[in-house]
Structure formats: structure tokens, C-alpha cells
Design a protein around this ligand. Structure first.
Ligand SMILES: [Zn+2]
Ligand SMILES: [Zn+2]
Length: 297
């Protein structure tokens, strides 16, 4: 099962954003989608380092969770406990990303691998500042990314892996490969003993399609689907259809955030009950004994 950790008593940093001038994004939701304070989860102990737990921490999100961290339109999630420490997406603003990491006492230097879901600024905007802090990383990005973007990443000194087909990032960690037509996107798949953990940026290719691709890829049950589900402009009946299809795929835990929208979050909560997870920036999810052997030796 998962544990939910909360960090408390953090002070608020000034919000300032210089957004990457890509001029494209996932479609900003209503202002009401921002800065939503959720109730604190009970605190739990941090697991001993070197265990075979999987730890996911939301570093950037428009939904709030941990007081004192900055929200911003976008998404980023840190994956620890796997062979490589993986940063999935970077949010819109590297200063917010790095400030949130500092508050959470997470060192950018510990990241080995960056996986970018798609080229929208609210997912890649934080990359330049992150690379200023740590360029000793391998960046997995969709092959369809603009050439000048890729050149910029390489200029930082980072290694680039251009992804089209599904690929193994490190032991137990995969990307779905490029999906979609209009907006090309890849998602992260982590194989745990409990089942597959799927992390999406915006889910432009469709959250159901992504979940199905993950299942086809690894032939394991779907344990947790987390991230942007891109349902913010969907009607209740359309969202309910998505929920039905995810349940047919036997998704056990759903954690819609970022561009999922408030209506989807409430309908998922109704439907998944105790298997719904309200996530936002600072939320840490620990899946205990996720791996049979210690990932980091
Ligand atoms: Zn997007
Ligand atoms: Zn987005």
C-alpha cells in the first residue's frame, strides 16, 4: 500500500515566473483551478534510505498540497527508489521547481535522468534552470521535439535520448514511447510488485489510451495512474466514461492532477473512494516494497 507524507511549517517564497517563450501550453484552466488548498494528510515516517520502496514527490503542480511550496501551472514529479533517480517533467518555471526542491530538501544533483513528456512550456519550461543546477543527466525526450530545443539541451552538456518507440530508462522504468497525433507525448511507466505506476504529463493522447499502452507494454495490472489527465474541458458524462474505461482496465488507484480539472477530480474521488488520491505540489507517495531487490544496491 502507499503512504502519504506531508511536509509542514514551510514558509512561502515570492512567486515570480519567467516562462519559457515557447508560446504553447496545455490550455490553462480557470483561475479557480489554482492555489486550491487541500487538507493536510496525517504525517508518516520517511522510509529508511536504501530500501526497496518507490517514492514519488510532486515538485510542481497548479494544485497545492504542502503549505509553503509554490504552485504554478504545470507538472513535475520526482521518482526515487529506482535504479536511477528520475525527474519527470520540469513544470513551467525552473525557479519555482528549484525553490520547491530546496524546501523539500531534495538535491537537484541527485537526479540522474530527466524524462520530458511533451514540448508544452508548462512541462519543459523549468528545464534550463534545472540544467544550470545539474547538467550531468540524461534527458529522454520525444524524437519529434524541435531540433533547436534538442540542440539547447545538448549544449548544456546533458546527454539526449530521442524516444519514439517504448524504451527502458533504467531497471523497472520505461516510457510509453511517442503517442498521439496532434500533440505527441510520452508517459512514464514504473513496474512495481504491486503493479504498474503510470505517470502522465498532460495525457493529450488520452488517459485511457496511455493506461492501455502501459498495460500492453508490461502485461501487469495497473496499480496507480498519476498526473495530468487533461479532462478539464470534459463534461461530467464524458469524464464518467473515462472513469468506466479506466476501471475496465482495472486501475486501482487514481491521482488526477494538473490539467485534470476540478470536476474530474471530484468525480474520480466519488468513484474511486479510498483509492482516489488528492495530489498537489509537495505530495509524497511511498509505495513500500515496490521492488524485490534493493534498486540502489
Ligand atoms: Zn500539454
Ligand atoms: Zn500541461
Amino acid at each position: 500500500m502507499y503512504k502519504i507524507l506531508a511536509t509542514s511549517a514551510l514558509s512561502v517564497l515570492p512567486t515570480a515566473a519567467v516562462l519559457m517563450a515557447l508560446g504553447i501550453n496545455c490550455g490553462r484552466a480557470n483561475v479557480g483551478d489554482q492555489d486550491i488548498q487541500e487538507s493536510q494528510e496525517p504525517e508518516a515516517a520517511v522510509p529508511a534510505t536504501g530500501s526497496a520502496d518507490l517514492t514519488l514527490t510532486i515538485l510542481f503542480d497548479n494544485y497545492a498540497h504542502t503549505p509553503g511550496l509554490q504552485t504554478g501551472w504545470g507538472f513535475s514529479c520526482l521518482v526515487r527508489g529506482t535504479e536511477k533517480t528520475v525527474l519527470f517533467d520540469t513544470g513551467a518555471d525552473g525557479r519555482i521547481l528549484l525553490a520547491n526542491m530546496r524546501k523539500l530538501k531534495l538535491d537537484p544533483g541527485q537526479v540522474d535522468t530527466v524524462v520530458l513528456s511533451h514540448v508544452h512550456w508548462d512541462h519543459v519550461g523549468g528545464l534550463p534552470e534545472f540544467l544550470d543546477a545539474n547538467s550531468h543527466v540524461t534527458v529522454y525526450l520525444p524524437r519529434s521535439f524541435p531540433e533547436d530545443f534538442i540542440t539547447e539541451v545538448e549544449r548544456s552538456g546533458a546527454q539526449v535520448v530521442k524516444v519514439d518507440q517504448p524504451v527502458e530508462v533504467c531497471r523497472n522504468v520505461y516510457t510509453t514511447g511517442e503517442m498521439g497525433t496532434a500533440i505527441i507525448e510520452q508517459s512514464l511507466v514504473i513496474e512495481t510488485q504491486q503493479g504498474l505506476v503510470v505517470i502522465t504529463g498532460c495525457a493529450h493522447p488520452g488517459i485511457v489510451n496511455i493506461a492501455r499502452r502501459a498495460h500492453e507494454l508490461r502485461q501487469k495490472p495497473l496499480y496507480l495512474v498519476l498526473g495530468g489527465f487533461h479532462l478539464k474541458d470534459y463534461s461530467a458524462s464524458e469524464i464518467e466514461q473515462v472513469i468506466r474505461e479506466l476501471k475496465q482496465l482495472q486501475v486501482r488507484v487514481a491521482a488526477p492532477s494538473h490539467c485534470s480539472g476540478n470536476l474530474a477530480r471530484s468525480l474520480f474521488q466519488e468513484s474511486f473512494g479510498e483509492h482516489y488520491m488528492a495530489v498537489g505540489v509537495g505530495k509524497t507517495i511511498v509505495i513500500e516494497d515496490a521492488f524485490a531487490h534493493r534498486a540502489n544496491g
